[in-house]
Design a protein around this ligand. Structure first.
Ligand code: COA
Length: 390
């Protein structure tokens, strides 16, 4: 039985900041951001979007009534969740009107959470072939104003339905993974911003990739020539390109060119959204399969997942016949086209406008947020959500 991605959707908030303007405001050459780091635009979440609403909006766009009945497991990968106890998956389960006979949990390991979710989903489907699992990767990446990581922030979510006989990507059997307790990036419970040793995290990303890629080749017997594309976890798009370049010479020249062209397609959405942590690798996959129109069915795609702290994994999938018919290209084109640019001053104001930290109530104005699902306030310590699609 084949198991894999049957549906995939994405959501980002409607506001963005142009990286050229951020560079100008910070007295940095724009090319450092657009070429050196490889980012054009950064999604900025208004106060009416949190990780729950981002994920719920991403899933809302792909689920039909049959999915809502058949999904019996919601796995929510995030590292910027809204509660230390209650899973964000439970909120999403309710907001989407899913069958109550379901499990709903949250998974955490930095940017690796959604990959862990997919692996769990695979096991669940193997035991329950008629089930469908909703895997979510949703995050708001916050490093702080005028910090080293500022240019690598972003916000957004990817939603995937994992099932037997998937219509988009069948996940293959071989996986290589690794854990090492390191402090390259972390966020203590008292902080709403991440701590990061940027250079060290880059080094570790590369070291994990080298180790896991070699392990994967040994386990699977495959070589780089067997891949049509490799998608990477992309905190910023330059890092994946650098990782790809370390192995490119393992393929012939034609394949090298194809891998580089496909890398460009696979980083297009990420370049215009920024870092979305757990969803980042899957946003890259979505960008590849929606932007590269001539990918053949049967093509093998490699996926490199990295979650600081750190856990990494490499696995692969094969594109299914007719997969293009099950994508939501137009919906995503409209999402990008309808976004509104904001100034650096507006971004700074939005960044600092956070929910009360002392537990007091707040009512939020959701009028300016066009998303179907919004955070409308906090009352008696409980987040209040509205769903215009109801
Ligand atoms: N034109 C073109 N490129 C330029 C440039 C210019 N004018 N000025 C600088 N650059 C290049 C640098 O040469 C460098 O490229 P290289 O990495 O190939 O050498 C790149 O831009 C970044 O410059 P650097 O000085 O290293 O940036 P930085 O000290 O601001 O740090 C990060 C960049 C990504 C480490 C930092 O933003 C960060 O900490 N981000 C969060 C952590 C993260 O995303 N980690 C990833 C692993 S999960």
């Amino acid at each position: 039985m084949q198991i894999g991605i049957d549906k995939i959707g994405f959501f980002a908030p409607h506001l963005y900041l142009d990286m050229n303007k951020l560079a100008e405001a910070r007295n940095i050459e724009p090319e450092k951001f657009t070429i050196g780091i490889g980012q054009e635009k950064m999604a900025v979440p208004p106060i009416t979007q949190d990780t729950v609403t981002l994920a719920a909006n991403a899933a809302l766009n792909i689920l039909d009534e049959e999915d809502k009945q058949r999904i019996d497991f919601v796995i929510f990968g995030t590292e910027s969740g809204v509660d230390h106890s209650k899973s964000a998956g439970v909120y999403v389960h309710r907001l989407l009107g899913l069958n109550p006979d379901a499990r709903a949990i949250e998974v955490k390991q930095a940017c690796y959470g959604a990959t862990a979710g997919i692996q769990m989903a695979k096991g669940h489907i193997a035991l329950n072939p008629d089930s469908r699992v909703l895997v979510l990767g949703s995050d708001i990446a916050r490093y702080g104003l005028e910090t080293g990581g500022e240019a690598t922030q972003g916000a957004g979510a990817v939603a995937m339905v994992i099932s037997a006989d998937p219509k988009i990507l069948a996940i293959e059997e071989h996986h290589a993974y690794r854990t090492n307790d390191i402090m390259d990036f972390w966020r203590p419970i008292y902080s709403d911003k991440a701590f990061v040793d940027g250079k060290f995290s880059n080094e570790q990303y590369m070291a994990f990739f080298e180790n896991i890629w070699n392990q994967y080749k040994e386990k699977s017997g495959l070589t780089l020539g067997d891949f049509e594309a490799i998608c990477y976890h992309l905190p910023y798009t330059k890092i994946g390109l650098k990782a790809l370049r370390t192995i490119l010479t393992e393929a012939d020249e034609d394949k090298q060119e194809r891998l580089q062209t496909n890398y460009k397609a696979s980083s297009q959405y990420n370049r215009n959204v920024g870092n979305i942590y757990t969803g980042s690798l899957y946003l890259s996959l979505l960008s590849l399969i929606e932007q590269k129109k001539d990918l053949p069915a049967g093509a093998r795609i490699g996926l490199f997942s990295y979650g600081s702290g750190a856990v990494g994994e490499f696995f692969s999938g094969v594109l299914q016949p007719g997969f293009q018919e099950h994508l939501h290209v137009q919906q995503h084109e409209e999402l990008f086209a309808s976004r509104k640019e904001i100034s650096v001053a507006e971004y700074e104001e939005i960044f600092q406008n956070t929910l009360p930290a002392d537990g007091s109530d707040i009512e939020l104005n959701t009028q300016d947020d066009p998303a179907a699902i919004c955070l409308s306030g906090v009352k008696d310590h409980m987040r209040q959500y509205t769903n215009r699609a109801d």
